[in-house]
Design a protein around this ligand. Structure first.
Ligand code: UT7
Length: 324
């Protein structure tokens, strides 16, 4: 850590979920699937699907950000950077971050998107942490927002049942208490694995937007391996013991992957924040959505140690240790 560097503390969290909920029974009306298969293989029971008119990625991001600002007791004019993790921006440009800035009325500031698919929020958190530690910003909105429903092949039962829409946000704040805040982040990518999880072309904006294609079994194997390796790496790097972890706040792709990670940590499932059952896989939004749920229902308390980890398209993978 830099000499005299402030720590980057999570000062507030917020989230937004689309109004429309689609259950597994609703999915079974569209493709040849059933509740039993989806629950047994993934843990998902329902997901939120954005309205095609008004629940854009930037709208959901802004709504989540408003709640995070409120929780942090800050005003839009206090924010000096906005970083949005998304793989489903409304437009190729401007960035979702710039649109959020306009929607919230934040004065001119740093605003940009990062794209690391399901690992995106941890990439954004890591970048924001470095802005704070280098004193380049003091109050940063870090948001994960996704409209995955736009890039789903609704005829492909192997992918369309897995994903959902939503947004989660945190305010990361420069703080003098160096025992709290982001302790370590590790980011990884290996583009040689790009073909096992990708879109078929296009961008989220156009009528010919690409659609998700996934070799699920291959991704599953890598996810289990990377999740396990990341735990060892980050704990060693930060000199933190497994027993010090209070909460695992994982990317929500598959309950079997999450249970494997918890088992490796020796953590009972009671110490894992799960939103997968009601949100599905919301890609970059899943970790901040889970974090907000854990904070708002009172499970995550100030001073507790959180481990976050994710694996996604790219492939990318990432982890973060945060003392809340
Ligand atoms: O967030 C990004 C990272 N993504 C992930 O981490 C996802 C990782 N992968 C997975 O979570 C799992 O591989 C899946 C949930 C995607 C699939 O589970 P699986 O246990 O690997 O199933 P499978 O792909 O091997 O499919 C088993 C069977 C197949 O039928 P046959 O060939 O055995 O007759 C599939 O056709 O299940 C069938 N199947 C379905 N059946 C009912 C596939 N999708 C469905 C479905 N409903 N929706």
């Amino acid at each position: 850590m830099l000499h005299d560097a402030p720590s980057a503390v999570i000062a507030g969290t917020g989230s937004y979920l689309p109004v429309k909920v689609m259950t597994n029974a609703d999915m079974a009306k569209i493709v040849d699937t059933n509740d039993e298969w989806i629950v047994a293989r993934t843990g998902i029971k329902a997901r939120h699907i954005a309205d095609s008119e008004y629940e854009t990625t930037s709208f959901m991001a802004s709504e989540a950000a408003k709640k995070a600002l409120e929780a942090a007791q800050l005003k839009p004019e206090d924010i000096d950077a906005i970083i949005v993790a998304t793989t489903t921006p409304d437009l190729t440009f401007p960035s979702v971050a710039a649109q959020v800035q306009a929607m919230l009325g934040v004065p001119p500031c740093v605003a940009f998107d990062v794209q690391a698919v399901c690992s995106g929020f941890l990439y954004a958190l890591s970048v924001a942490d470095k802005f704070i530690k280098t004193k380049s910003a003091e109050n940063i909105l870090v948001i994960g927002a996704e409209r995955m429903s736009k890039i789903l092949d609704w005829n492909d039962r192997t992918t369309c049942v897995l994903f959902g829409d939503g947004a989660g946000a945190v305010v990361l704040k420069a703080h003098g208490d160096t025992k709290r805040g982001v302790i370590a982040t590790n980011l990884y990518a290996d583009g040689r694995l790009k073909d096992i999880l990708l879109t078929s072309g296009g961008t989220a904006t156009t009528g010919d937007a690409g659609m998700i294609q996934m070799q699920g079994k291959d991704v599953f194997k890598y996810a289990v391996t990377f999740m396990a390796e990341m735990v060892d790496d980050i704990l060693k790097q930060a000199d933190v013991k497994r027993e010090e972890i209070n909460w695992l706040v994982p990317h929500q792709a598959n309950l079997r992957i999450i249970s494997g990670a918890a088992q490796k940590l020796g953590l009972p499932m009671e110490q894992v924040i799960i939103t997968l059952d009601s949100h599905g896989n919301t890609s970059a939004a899943s970790i901040p959505l889970a974090l907000d749920q854990g904070v708002r229902d009172g499970r995550i308390k100030q001073g507790q140690m959180l481990l976050m980890e994710a694996v996604g398209g790219g492939l990318t993978w990432a982890s973060a240790l945060v003392r809340y």
